[in-house]
Write a protein that binds this ligand. Structure first.
Ligand code: COA
Length: 352
């Protein structure tokens, strides 16, 4: 699935930007007007993990770049963090909850299988005029949700959409599996996507999937394929399983390719990008992608050393941090790119 608003340095073409928008099938453009993020208080360090599984700070740091991660308390829910991040995004956008007409929560770790966590967020934020639903696209979930929100804004159906990317992956981790429990973490990020007047905003996106490789990252039981039973619990089938090494190789290639696609769709090159915000999966993946694209490390935002891999939450948490640190200014071009369970991969270019 694709969407682009082609940019050009040619002034004639630039003045026709709305024509490009129309070719993409919408009346309006969309732009991020507020961001927010929320992380659990509890921090789990690599030293803590050394006491839990057969691993070492040295192995985790050199293989992943992660030094610590935030882990929710047992009683806490995803919606708690989605609400906190969403409230910040609303405040940053200077909106009342009633101004929001749609809430999309990208997650694979909802509060419960039924109903959607987005509905709990809707209720707790007091977004009384908003529809709400969840979306599952693994670690690419935030970009997928942003692209869906863009369609509602672009068509004129919504003026403001709250997009939340959130996960409590700790609840789906096998704390005896050293290949997964050292990577994944908890948190939520959020943005408000609003109707745009003028230039800028979401310039392009591209969504990909390959369900043939669904077993690379999956939870075997708990769905209709294998409903929960005493046996599935006994066999630890409700935890995330990952083919880490195979996933690693595909992730590098896919993130690079989708980044090139969305850059081209925007009429931009890597040198036009002020800040790349990649999914925070593994420092080696991020470094390899940056170097293949020719984006120097100082223009690639990294927080996984402190935050770990929070799946659908990772890009909006990193984006909110970059905004809070005043690293993003009006007119800056951002490249977002992610890869995850599905398999899915996705990219987007934003002019701030
Ligand atoms: N501590 C110590 N050793 C570990 C370990 C840990 N936490 N986890 C795995 N190992 C061991 C393995 O058992 C294996 O040992 P062996 O050679 O004796 O069999 C060895 O380290 C190498 O394992 P491998 O899986 O090949 O390591 P890797 O370099 O691929 O790193 C990941 C593992 C998971 C860190 C890495 O593959 C990765 O980040 N994958 C991508 C994750 C991702 O992007 N997911 C999708 C988006 S969420």
């Amino acid at each position: 699935m694709t969407g682009s608003t082609k940019r050009s340095s040619n002034s004639q073409k630039t003045s026709n930007a709305s024509q490009s928008d129309n070719r993409r099938g919408g009346l309006y453009g969309s732009i991020i007007t507020g961001t927010g993020a929320a992380l659990p208080k509890k921090i789990l360090t690599n030293a803590d993990l050394e006491r839990m599984v057969d691993t070492s700070d040295e192995w985790i740091t050199t293989r992943t770049g992660i030094r610590q991660r935030h882990i929710a308390a047992e009683s806490e829910t995803l919606s708690k963090y989605g609400v906190a991040a969403g409230r910040q995004a609303l405040e940053a956008a200077r909106l009342d909850p009633a101004d929001v007409s749609l809430i999309i929560c990208a997650t694979v770790t909802p509060d419960r299988p039924i109903p959607a966590t987005a509905c709990t967020i809707q209720h707790q934020l007091g977004c009384t005029k908003a529809g709400a639903f969840d979306m599952a696209a693994g670690c690419s979930g935030f970009i997928y949700a942003l692209a869906v929100a863009d369609q509602f804004v672009r068509s004129g159906a919504c003026e403001h959409v709250l997009v939340v990317g959130g996960e409590l992956l700790s609840k789906y981790l096998d704390w005896e599996d050293r290949s997964t429990c050292i990577i994944f973490a908890d948190g939520a990020g959020a943005v408000i996507l609003s109707r745009r007047s003028g230039q800028g905003g979401l310039l392009s996106f591209k969504l990909h999937a390959d369900g043939a490789l669904s077993d690379f990252i999956h939870v075997p039981a708990g769905g209709t394929a294998l409903p929960a039973s005493a046996e599935t619990v006994r066999n630890r089938m409700h935890y995330i399983r990952m083919k880490g090494n195979e996933t690693f190789k595909l992730a590098v290639r896919s993130i690079e390719n989708v980044s090139r696609e969305v850059l081209e769709m925007s009429g931009l090159t890597a040198s036009d990008i002020n800040l790349m915000i990649p999914h925070q999966a593994n420092r080696r993946i991020i470094d390899a992608v940056g170097s293949r694209l020719g984006i120097p490390p100082e223009r690639v935002y990294v927080n996984l050393d402190r935050v770990g891999n929070t799946s659908a939450a990772s890009i909006p948490i990193a984006l909110d941090e970059a905004v809070s640190r005043d690293l993003i200014h009006r007119g800056d071009r951002l490249l977002l790119a992610a890869f995850g369970a599905g398999l899915t991969w996705a990219g987007a270019v934003i002019e701030w």
